[in-house]
Design a protein around this ligand. Sequence first.
Ligand SMILES: [Zn+2]
Length: 257
Amino acid sequence: MLLHHSTWHEVEDYLTRSKGLIIPIGSTEQHGPNGLIGTDSICPETIARGIGERFGALVGPTVTLGVAQFNLGFPGSVSVRPTTMIALIQDYVSSLVRSGFDHFYFLNGHGGNLAPARAAFQEIYTETSLRHAADDHPIRCRIRSWWELPRTNALRHDMFGEWEGVHATPSEVAITQHAYPDAIKVRDMNKPERVSEEYLRDHPSDDHYDAHHHREKFPDGRIGSDPSLATPDAGARLVDCAIDEMGKDFQSFLAEG
Ligand SMILES: [Zn+2]
């Protein structure tokens, strides 16, 4: 069930059954030689819609712009500032708290969103804490990246091994191929350089230098990945696994109270 395909009466009715909402959050940024610029938004949106259908959950509109300044050296990439993202998440959540929602599950497709999302959650909790009102209805926020839970993470590494890499991965490109088969891009590409252990240690997925450095270091936009291995079938298997695993994670989040 999609919030933006519902009437307010339907949302009011949903709230009598559940106070939980799934919010896909992604990015609009280059994804290597054959990856769509919308990859990081398409992946969480596809999985969230699947959870909505399989688990009867309500899914909010996707946050399609992310914190991606490091990719601005590639045409078509769009970034919002971390402060913009923090404010956007606060306003998104606060609006729907007003409606009666209290559990917000951000289904993430982009590592650069993790730090600002967590900062936004702390801003939201700070407002409640400062009011010191014991009768305030508790608000709970969680962010999970679609690749991070154990079964989905193991599946993508089983499929693509050391060529999964870090950015413009075959697994995320595969999910977009499954979701939008008409938009599959075919392009010859060489194997990239493997990402060194040292680079991985110093640059977790949410920690990058500026756009100039990034383009110089990764000229075709990939980070250690071989997205030519992507197939729509692999994408379908990943989506199915993530729907099941993240749907259960969403349910346990709601059960925590
Ligand atoms: Zn991505």
